[in-house]
Write a protein that binds this ligand. Structure first.
Ligand SMILES: Cc1ncc(COP(=O)(O)O)c(C=O)c1O
Length: 462
């Protein structure tokens, strides 16, 4: 087995918060940042921490406090911070060559071959990969261009609750009003249809799927459906920012069928769900659906190096040289990192581990939900976990999630949120988190939920 076992990857003392947080050094850096950086900076406004060092599924702040990282740089660090097996290859590649635009390097070719080895469904052996800019948003831009180029259409079909990125094309597909309100008009012909979300829609899982699929079918097939020239269907196999919303069984296969019936590409956005996050390489595998186009980013860069890619069926490889361009078309150390990260996940059985630890985390949360009614639903697959909170009148409760996040931060666990109203606690730790660390983290998270929910119902603030 190459690389150290997962229990050797982390700071041994985590969690250990020995100052009031933020400590003086974190505070000093955050104040300095606030003086000189854009007001667009967002993350430290939610958790005021200056990260000094990361190891595995743990981080240390500038004051020496250590935390269990259930946030992983927003779903990026699947093999953990500074994974030595990955780091060694990155260092060696960095000394050799870093930037080659798209001239071939071994790092590039090895990664493409490895991506083929783990490609979802029938894409294995039948795909091409394009690298553009290093962000997920850029991969989404590539998918829009590829779909338009191949279909001649310009109508994009997406879903309510979707997040696909923040550049103009990607933002057109993103559903969240807060991200786009000031920047319209974006792409002209985008239609957002309901995503099956039974608990929010107050529907049975079957009805939620029927409703979602019949909307898509009518839009595409009804001569008066309204969309003139559809170019494709963009979907997250589990909505991430939208609240870790796992669609009920049948939704993805149903979309596959509609896409096939109408000669439309199905674009499955695996940017947040890919590379083992859900306990399979790609979340679409849970329902045996083969996408036509798969944008990927985040964890593909191994230890957080910026890289994105788009894999698509080879039949769609019709564009010419320069079909999707950018100065950064793949960075050799990031490609080495991606390759090594996949090897590490394979060698250490991390897909099964993610399924086991994810199930454990959901069980712990569900046990709390039995006597804390504000914890309305616990869901997810693998280490992609969401817990949705409502107040006593059943309304989305963002304030509860924020209070849980603050409690966890003060007790040495970093967690994040999601959801259309910010009402979902999102746990997305590195896949290398050990069962022991997950147990410790869940002791903190479950205490946080109990304390926050009892004080909120007791004080009449709900
Ligand atoms: C599903 C999904 N698609 C696209 C993106 C955009 O990726 P990036 O932030 O790297 O541009 C994200 C980012 O969170 C995402 O979760």
């Amino acid at each position: 087995m190459d690389g150290p076992p997962i229990d050797e990857l982390h700071f041994e003392d985590a969690p250990n918060v020995r100052t009031a947080v933020p400590g003086p050094r974190s505070k000093e850096r955050i104040d300095r940042q606030a003086r000189i950086e854009s007001s667009a900076v967002a993350y430290p406004k939610r958790i005021p921490i200056a990260i000094e060092e990361g190891k595995g599924a743990t981080v240390r702040d500038a004051d020496g406090n250590t935390y269990i990282d259930m946030f992983a740089g927003i779903g990026v660090l699947n093999v953990g911070h500074a994974n030595p097996y990955v780091l060694d290859a990155v260092e060696a590649q960095t000394r050799k060559v870093v930037h080659t635009v798209d001239f071939p390097t071994e790092a590039r070719l090895d990664l493409i071959e490895k991506l083929d080895e783990i490609a979802p469904g029938d894409l294995q052996g039948n795909n091409r990969v394009v690298f553009g800019g290093p962000t997920g948003s850029d991969a989404i831009e590539a998918t829009i261009k590829l779909a338009k180029y191949n279909t001649g259409g310009d109508g994009l079909i997406a879903f309510r609750g979707a997040y696909h990125g923040a550049s103009s094309g990607a933002l057109s597909l993103t559903a969240g009003r807060k991200y786009k309100r000031e920047y319209t008009p974006l792409l002209a012909d985008v239609t957002h249809l309901p995503y099956p979300y039974p608990v929010r829609q107050d529907l049975s899982p079957e009805d939620a799927v029927d409703r979602a699929l019949s909307n898509v079918r009518e839009l595409v097939e009804d001569p008066y459906g309204g969309l003139a020239n559809p170019a494709g269907i963009w979907v997250e196999p589990i909505q991430g920012e939208g609240g870790v919303v796992v669609p009920p069984e049948g939704f993805l296969p149903g979309l596959r069928e509609i896409a096939d019936d109408n000669d439309l590409p199905l674009i499955v956005d695996e940017i947040q769900t890919g590379f083992g996050r859900t306990g399979r390489w790609y979340a679409s595998e849970w329902e045996d659906v083969t996408p036509d186009i798969v944008p990927m980013a985040k964890a593909i860069g191994g230890i957080g190096l910026p890289l994105s890619a788009t894999m698509y069926h080879e039949d769609l490889d019709t564009w010419e040289a320069g079909g999707h361009v950018g100065t950064y078309r793949g960075n050799a150390p990031a490609m080495r990192a991606g390759l090594r990260a996949i090897e590490y996940i394979q060698d250490h059985g991390l897909l099964a581990h993610a399924r086991d630890v994810g199930a454990y985390i959901r069980d712990r949360l569900r046990a709390v939900a039995e006597d804390v009614p504000q914890l309305r639903q616990v869901r997810g697959r693998g280490l992609f976990v969401g817990a949705e909170f409502v107040d006593e009148r059943g309304r989305p409760d963002k304030a509860a999630v924020n209070a849980v996040q603050q409690y966890c931060y003060e007790h040495g666990v970093l967690v994040w949120s999601a959801g259309r109203d910010g009402e979902v606690l999102r746990l997305i730790p590195p896949l290398v988190i050990t069962r022991e660390l997950a147990e410790t983290a869940l002791d903190v998270v479950t205490n946080a939920i109990r304390e926050v929910c009892s004080s909120r119902s007791g004080s009449g603030t709900v």
